[in-house]
Design a protein around this ligand. Structure first.
Ligand SMILES: [Zn+2]
Length: 319
């Protein structure tokens, strides 16, 4: 079979699948293969999930070879395709954080919550829909829990900060974390001679900076060789990336507190947060040696900056 343009073989039985959400190289899901058995880590949206089944088929594996479907958390760019994949894969168990399980068994609240953020039109266009997962096929994870993929150990870490329903998955074979959104975003357009650039994501509605810092420090403590990010792909040089992430997190928190102290309407605060975030990111990218202009940076980060500003406002109001 011809290689699929949206699948990258990362070695060690790990395949990155570009789910096609929003643009190329924006949203990844992963296929893990060990001795003829398979697992999906993150699923993309329901629109993107068929690419995961195509990646499986391209390796000559049947749907019944899939033992696990593992959304890192229940935001729809990570879990929207989970129900559909569970329908396709009769042997699979859904492994989801205990706080997210009920939302995939009965996804109505999840769908309505996302519609409140993105609007009905965007939900239809970009997310497609969501299928419930039968409760008897769902296994809730907890801190330190391990599962075996044909003898390959996968370990779960409870990692709040981006969302309370977020776990990360440690793969002992490649010494890598599947980080979902906990360790932020790193788009390949921002790679320079210094390596990748990484940035926290504070999307609604459970951004908690102190918890996020602790979660990232715990992931770094394992001394991983790589991170498998959902947005986007595998990155290495984790100690440098961790330091950069935490420095940017501090800057974002300080920005939020400063803007929140200044009187103004919610709209004015939102616009100030967006402008402030773009300033922080553009300065950081320039220091990283990125030669893209500010307008290109703004365009590549437009979706993230909009959602980050929304998520920061919710955090600031809750404090
Ligand atoms: Zn998320």
């Amino acid at each position: 079979m011809a290689p699929l343009p949206f699948v990258v073989d990362l070695g060690g039985g790990v395949f990155a699948v570009d789910t096609g959400f929003h643009r190329d190289r924006f949203d990844a899901a992963y296929l893990l293969v060990q001795d003829g058995r398979a697992a999906f880590v993150d699923t993309g949206t329901q629109i993107g999930a068929p690419r995961l089944m195509a990646a499986l088929a391209a390796l000559g594996l049947a749907p019944a070879a899939v033992d696990y479907v593992i959304p890192t958390h229940v935001h729809l760019d990570h879990a929207g395709g989970a129900g559909w994949l569970m329908q396709q894969c009769p042997q699979a168990t859904l492994l989801v954080h205990a706080r997210g399980a009920r939302h995939l068994i009965d996804p109505k609240a999840l769908w309505m919550g996302a519609t409140a953020v993105y609007g009905a039109e965007e939900m239809t266009r970009s997310y497609g829909g969501i299928v419930p997962v039968p409760a008897e096929r769902v296994c809730a994870t907890e801190e330190g829990m391990e599962v075996s993929l044909a003898g390959r150990r996968l370990r779960f870490a409870d990692t709040p900060g981006h969302a309370r329903h977020h776990h990360c998955v440690w793969d002992e074979v490649t010494r890598g974390w599947f980080t979902g959104d906990t360790f932020g975003l790193s788009y390949r357009e921002f790679d320079t001679g210094r390596g990748p650039w990484i940035v926290p994501t504070t999307t609604p509605v459970q951004f908690e900076p102190d918890e996020l810092r602790l979660s990232v420090e715990r992931l770094m403590a394992a001394q991983p060789d790589c991170l498998y990010l959902t947005h986007f792909g595998r990155v290495t040089g984790v100690s440098r990336l961790g330091a950069q992430f935490l420095a940017l997190l501090d800057e974002m928190v300080a920005l939020g507190r400063t803007i929140h102290r200044q009187a103004g309407t919610a709209t004015a605060r939102h616009e100030a947060l967006k402008a402030g975030l773009l300033g922080i990111f553009a300065d950081s990218l320039a220091a990283h040696g990125c030669t893209l202009g500010r307008a290109e940076v703004a365009e590549l980060l437009a979706i993230d900056i909009e959602l980050d500003a929304q998520g920061m406002a919710i955090w600031l109001d809750r404090r």
